[in-house]
Design a protein around this ligand. Structure first.
Ligand code: 13P
Length: 250
């Protein structure tokens, strides 16, 4: 069985000094764990600081929040895969709902980023999820399958290495969480989609994200379809995040 992932997406919070301070506190109460992984997605400017602070922790990975698909060029404000890697990133988020819905990123662009990351030796963590009006129109699975389609054409062995984060847009930063049952239904559909493309779906880690907090993480992670959590707001407090990442696994 693959290990569950407790992923912290810091979004536009915690620069290098604040990230260093965070990790000092976090590491005091988070000893190496063999049965799970913690992944941090800091702001680009703090990647190197975070990677250095965690260099001797093989149970903790560091990733970028976003990359561009081109290797270099006139793309003001963007981050190349090779730059993220040189700063210590091992992974990157792709298709986060804020990239899609605040910055207008398309499925096509998401697909290009997935391929650029794979070519550059970083693991893409692909985020998918429906908006509230899509859920109300019972279009959740259709939307998620459309977002997954950026993975079409990849070898099954590659598909198995790409964690998928299901983050319903209506649950992000709103305090509304999908129930473990709601998430399980979508996670099962994600696995079915991957299985149809030859992947060993049980090997793929499918995470849930959206208002995951200290008081609901245990119930979510206890659901067999949920192989981890992707956490925004509640990952910004080192004590709370350490507690969440140490939650009991059955
Ligand atoms: P919140 O945990 O703040 O709802 O954010 C979820 C998220 O977008 C993680 O990527």
């Amino acid at each position: 069985m693959s290990k569950p992932i407790f992923a912290a997406n810091w979004k536009m919070h915690l620069g290098p000094d604040a990230a260093r301070e965070f990790l000092r506190t976090f590491l005091e109460s988070y000893p190496p764990a063999g049965d799970r992984e913690v992944w941090f997605f800091p702001a680009a400017v703090a990647l190197e600081t975070v990677a250095r602070a965690l260099a001797d922790r093989s149970d903790i990975r560091v990733g970028a929040q976003n990359v561009h698909w081109e290797p270099k060029g006139a793309f003001t404000g963007e981050l190349a895969v090779s730059m993220a890697r040189a700063a210590g990133a091992q992974a990157a988020l792709v298709g986060h709902s804020e990239r899609r819905h605040v910055f207008g990123e398309t499925d096509e662009e998401t697909g290009r980023k997935v391929r650029a990351l794979l070519e550059g030796g970083l693991i893409p963590m692909l985020c998918v999820g429906e908006k509230i009006e899509e859920r109300e129109a019972r279009a959740t699975l259709k939307v998620v399958q459309r977002q997954l389609a950026v993975l079409d054409g990849l070898d099954s062995g590659v598909l198995e290495r790409i964690p998928i984060a299901y983050e319903p847009v209506w649950a992000i930063g709103t305090g509304k969480t999908a129930t473990p049952d709601d998430a399980a239904e979508v996670h099962a559909a994600i696995r079915a989609w991957l299985g149809e493309r030859g992947a060993d779906a049980a090997a793929v880690r499918v995470l849930y994200g959206g208002s995951v907090k200290p008081d609901n993480v245990a119930a979510l992670i206890a659901e067999p379809q949920i192989d981890g959590v992707l956490v925004g707001g509640a990952s910004l407090n080192p004590v709370a995040w350490s507690e969440m990442a140490r939650v009991a696994l059955d």
